[in-house]
Design a protein around this ligand. Structure first.
Ligand code: ZN
Length: 269
């Protein structure tokens, strides 16, 4: 755990780059659908968004969730820092709670118009690939971080759990956004536990009822528990249209247009 804490940035960046390269290779070999746009343009837009989000995050909330967790532990603030619970049990509970938190937050991003005006940028992707995992508006990344920091303080989430969760979330997001066709049997068994590409792609369909389902990022449990799980798209994956019809589903938006989206008129899905 100490190694994780000391090398957090290096571990996360290393994981991200290696998984990105591996998944990009596999989706090239076994695509779920034909690509809608070139890798160079799609990756440069999505990776620029990730870079900008990281930059703003470090300037505006440099402490981040891990810093808050360490500080809360030092001052015995938050549930897990007060009650007597084995560290391993606290980490497991914390991981489940963090996953439920981001599920709930994602539902609210769709239901509250102001939050939707920020989150909808993620849904303008007209053809998902591995890089879509980091296609979030910097404002959404900052809102997410502030919510997570508050949650970490209230529940005294251990710093180790925060790091493990962020590494897992990052890995699963890369996996389930990727344009990757798993063998049917593998998908069938995997989706009993986690969100697979076929499950998350349904959330990115241009059909509103499908967009309003499959909100989970890691465990499938929450969508099943709260009846937001959808197992099949209306149109099969190779023909499925992704994106938001209000912004067009044929031509990708530019980086500038994407960054301006939260400041334009809102239409709910
Ligand atoms: Zn969404």
């Amino acid at each position: 755990m100490n190694i994780l804490l000391n090398y957090e940035h290096a571990v996360r960046l290393g994981m991200f780059l290696s998984l990105f390269i591996i998944l990009a290779g596999i989706e090239f070999l076994f695509p779920l659908a034909e690509r809608k746009c070139g890798r160079l343009s799609q990756w440069s837009v999505n990776l620029s968004l990730a870079f900008l989000a990281g930059l703003f995050l470090n300037i505006l909330v440099p402490l981040l969730a891990v810093g808050v967790a360490l500080s809360a532990a030092e001052h015995s603030i938050g549930l897990f820092n007060i009650i007597d619970i084995p560290y391993a049990a606290a980490v497991v509970f914390a991981l489940l709670m963090l996953d439920l938190l981001i599920y709930g937050q994602h539902v609210l991003m769709h239901k509250i118009p102001l939050l939707w005006s920020v989150h909808r940028m993620h849904h303008t992707e007209i053809g998902l690939d591995v890089s879509s995992a980091v296609r979030f508006h910097p404002i959404e990344i900052i809102i997410s971080m502030l919510i997570k920091m508050l949650f970490v303080v209230i529940f005294g989430i251990p710093a180790g759990a925060v790091i493990i969760f962020e590494v897992l979330l990052n890995a699963l997001a890369l996996f389930n956004h990727s344009n990757l066709k798993l063998p049917k049997a593998v998908d069938k068994h995997l989706r009993k536990f986690i969100v697979t590409p076929e499950v998350h792609w349904i959330h990115h369909s241009d059909i509103a009822q499908e967009t309003n389902s499959n909100y989970g990022f890691n465990l499938i449990l929450w969508d099943k528990l709260f009846s937001t799980y959808r197992d099949k798209p209306a149109v099969d994956y190779p023909l499925m249209r992704q994106g938001l019809s209000e912004f067009g589903v044929e031509k990708p938006l530019s980086l500038y247009q994407l960054l301006m989206l939260p400041f334009q008129g809102n239409k709910n899905v």
